[in-house]
Design a protein around this ligand. Structure first.
Ligand SMILES: NC(=O)c1ccc[n+]([C@@H]2O[C@H](COP(=O)([O-])OP(=O)(O)OC[C@H]3O[C@@H](n4cnc5c(N)ncnc54)[C@H](O)[C@@H]3O)[C@@H](O)[C@H]2O)c1
Length: 367
């Protein structure tokens, strides 16, 4: 039986990846909902003490119980270590308030709902209680970091750390500096996230940062194709999954473009522009490279520096990777809405069903 609120001790260094560092000694998660629960679990599994702050002590206690139970279910499914529930229980405490959670924390992750006014008020409470040296990271999906940092007293230690859903499993975390953020803090945060098994990337403070800007551009085009009657939503999902989506776990858009040839891309944009208008005109960055003869791998590089020798090795690795991917998809089998309890998306403030993260993304909100 785990104590209702938990007791926090400084980091016990049980995680071998902690590599001798004693920072952070304590952490806090304020807003332990859909996203924050994953932060709690990963921090605790790394042996780091986590204080959980929510609207009340009762809400924080309920969130702590969900994190412990969720970790237990993930452990049963073989997705977390077998003692995950115990470890989450041992390293977490339900705080009485946001201030209590933040007091004494070296790093605080904020994940309250996406309202500028709510985030501003919660961040002010965090800042008032946190030690001056503490890092404060917001998980905002779209509010500019500059806007959230403007009212802060110490904006130098504030940054965006934008995780993806489900936060336990998706590797990327976008790190975003505000206008006053100390660049050293981005490195410190990146190192912490790597300890949690994440693959952080530093990006600029623009609308939608990087991932959401690309994802939403793609989704807008997909929705337009449905509106035009060119294909149904079901057909588009299948086409994307089985075509360029099939390649994306291995190669990003620039590697794929350099492999295909920028001249090929320029030609395709010509046809797209003729049919769909100037929004589909060849991007300037492509046209310039084509004019300079930088066509991609076949000419020693386009956007990336990739020569013919790279091309041969990459093609052979790519072929192996694609065969392995097709095998993995076959082993997992198709997602069948009728055979799983995760068929209905959870309400927006609920923990995903245990094991739901294994199931392609009907329960995932695209942020
Ligand atoms: N859900 C996603 O797919 C996703 C993905 C990436 C980023 N985000 C971002 O993460 C943030 C949280 O989203 P979510 O989906 O986890 O939200 P959620 O509604 O599931 O969880 C929010 C949590 O904040 C708590 N909370 C609400 N008001 C509070 C207050 N005043 N003080 C303290 N805690 C309070 C709630 O009780 C809950 O625990 C948002 O900024 C969202 O845009 C969400």
């Amino acid at each position: 039986m785990h104590p209702a609120t938990g007791t926090l001790h400084d980091g016990d260094g049980e995680d071998p990846s902690s590599s001798g560092t004693d920072w952070p000694r304590r952490t806090a998660v304020v807003g332990p909902g859909y996203m924050g629960t994953g932060f709690v679990q990963l921090l605790a599994l790394a042996g780091l003490p986590v204080a959980i702050g929510d609207v009340s002590q009762e809400a924080a206690e309920a969130a702590r119980s969900r994190a412990i139970e969720g970790a237990g279910a993930f452990a049963l499914a073989g997705m977390m270590p077998s003692d995950a529930a115990d470890r989450v229980a041992r390293h977490t405490v339900a705080a009485a308030s946001i201030g209590d959670a933040s007091t004494g924390a070296d790093v605080i992750f904020e994940a309250v709902p996406e309202s500028p006014a709510l985030k501003a008020s919660v961040l002010a409470s965090i800042e008032a209680a946190a030690p001056t040296g503490a890092l404060i990271a917001t998980n905002t999906s779209a509010i500019p970091i500059a806007e959230l940092s403007a009212p802060l007293t110490h904006p130098d230690r504030f940054l965006g750390a934008h995780w993806f859903n489900p936060s336990q499993w998706v590797p990327c975390v976008e790190l975003i500096a505000g206008p006053s953020t100390d660049p050293a803090h981005l490195e410190t945060m990146a190192a912490l996230l790597e300890r949690l098994g994440k693959r952080p990337s530093v990006v600029g403070d623009g609308p939608g940062f990087v991932a959401n800007r690309i994802q939403f551009a793609m989704f807008k085009e997909a929705a337009t194709i449905v509106e035009e009657g060119v294909a149904t939503a079901e057909v588009i999902d299948e086409v994307v999954r089985a075509s360029f989506g099939f390649r994306l776990p291995f190669f990003g858009p620039f590697t794929i473009a350099d492999m295909a040839g920028l001249d090929v891309y320029a030609g395709a944009y010509g046809s797209l522009e003729a049919g769909l208008g100037s929004r589909m005109a060849v991007p300037e960055a492509v046209a310039t490279r084509v004019a300079e003869g930088r066509l991609g791998m076949k000419t020693g590089g386009g956007f990336l520096e990739l020569d013919g020798a790279d091309a041969a090795a990459m093609a052979s690795w790519r072929d192996e990777a694609y065969v392995a991917m097709e095998r993995l998809l076959g082993d997992l089998g198709p997602w069948d809405a009728k055979s799983t309890s995760a068929a209905s998306p959870p309400p927006s403030d609920a923990e995903p069903a245990p094991g739901a993260a294994l199931i392609p993304d009907q329960t995932d909100r695209p942020r």
